[in-house]
Design a binder for this molecule. Structure first.
Ligand SMILES: [Fe+2]
Length: 320
């Protein structure tokens, strides 16, 4: 079966993309930002996921204000870079995974999350900048990427709880996909920033660092945070962080934090980044162990078809 093995969060500041595209990565200002992702690229090169799911928001590139889907899943075979005003970024076309995407769409919609299925879509910096930060600037992205666009630009965005539960539904969907695929899920956007108005330039490092701590160790503390709290503490655009909760919901309750990076600022935004890995499942740790089989006592108890089914289910639960 397919499995989500890790989650990655990363800011998706457009100026980071411009720094890459205009070869400014070695300038001291930008080196401070990019050097924080050196270990991340190493981790990604070692992890080699088969597929990534990228939770991001569109910035009026694919969707205008005429249509603003709350959750839109990219089910196409490919997603070209969008023209964001200066022409499309010179990055590879993002190749999708239509069969896994269709499977996720079916599973989560039947789980009562009403996704919009998108069969044609361009992707902007919200998705391509985190890919650069994790994969560098290859000629082709090394694996298929399924985009999941979340509305955080027009009120009302989904709640953090809704995002977290969607993550759970995505995990269930992935785990019911028959092919053996190792999947990494991205949550992008944030951290604290406000682009316009009297509080333009707002950055709240204390809030950001506490958010990273809770994301890693205690996500229950974040899932019921109100939109107003995000906006008051992290600025109007800080609401993007609800998307990180989709990523977190798709992971196990306990995760291993393998890397974290935080720096201020990039353009007018706090940059936050974390890599969380799921622990190996019991089935993986004890692969081949006879303990996974029902004991003779359990077999003896399973006298009726219902009991046999229950015993089988219990044994499968142990296997994870
Ligand atoms: Fe954004």
């Amino acid at each position: 079966m397919a499995r989500i093995i890790a989650g990655v969060t990363s800011s998706h500041v457009p100026a980071i993309g411009a720094a890459i595209d205009n070869h400014k990565m070695e300038e001291p200002y930008w080196k401070r930002v990019f050097s924080g992702f050196d270990k991340s690229k190493e981790w990604m090169a070692k992890t080699k996921p088969d597929v990534c799911i990228a939770v991001y928001n569109d910035h009026a590139s694919a969707f205008s204000v005429e249509i603003v889907p709350t959750f839109a899943l990219g089910c196409a075979a490919e997603f070209p870079p969008a023209d964001e005003g200066w022409g499309p970024r010179p990055v590879p076309v993002v190749k999708g995974h239509p069969t896994l995407a269709a499977h996720i769409a079916q599973s989560v919609i039947l789980d009562e999350f009403d996704l919009t299925v998108v069969n044609k879509m361009e992707v902007d910096h919200g998705l391509t900048v985190p890919l650069n930060l994790m994969f560098g600037s290859p000629k082709e992205w090394p694996c298929p990427v399924i985009p999941l666009a979340v509305n955080v630009v027009l009120y009302p965005p989904p709640t953090g709880h809704r995002c977290f539960m969607l993550g759970r539904a995505i995990r269930k969907a992935v785990e019911s996909y028959p092919e053996d695929l190792r999947v990494v899920i991205f949550g992008t956007g944030g951290m604290s920033h406000q682009i316009s108005g009297p509080r333009a330039g707002l950055i709240n490092s204390k809030f950001d660092k506490a958010f990273l701590d809770n994301l890693s160790k205690n996500p229950a503390k974040l899932v019921h945070m109100k939109h107003l709290e995000y906006m008051r503490e992290a600025g109007a655009e800080g609401i993007e962080m609800v998307m990180w909760l989709v990523m977190r919901g798709a992971l196990d309750e306990r995760v291993k934090e393998v890397y974290r990076f935080y720096t201020v600022p990039a353009s007018n935004t706090a940059v936050g980044h974390i890599i969380l890995e799921n622990a190996p499942r019991p089935a993986q740790r004890r692969a081949g162990s006879a303990k996974r089989r029902p004991t003779p006592k359990a077999k003896a108890k399973a006298k009726t078809p219902v009991r046999r089914a229950a015993a089988r289910a219990k044994s499968e639960t142990v296997r994870g």
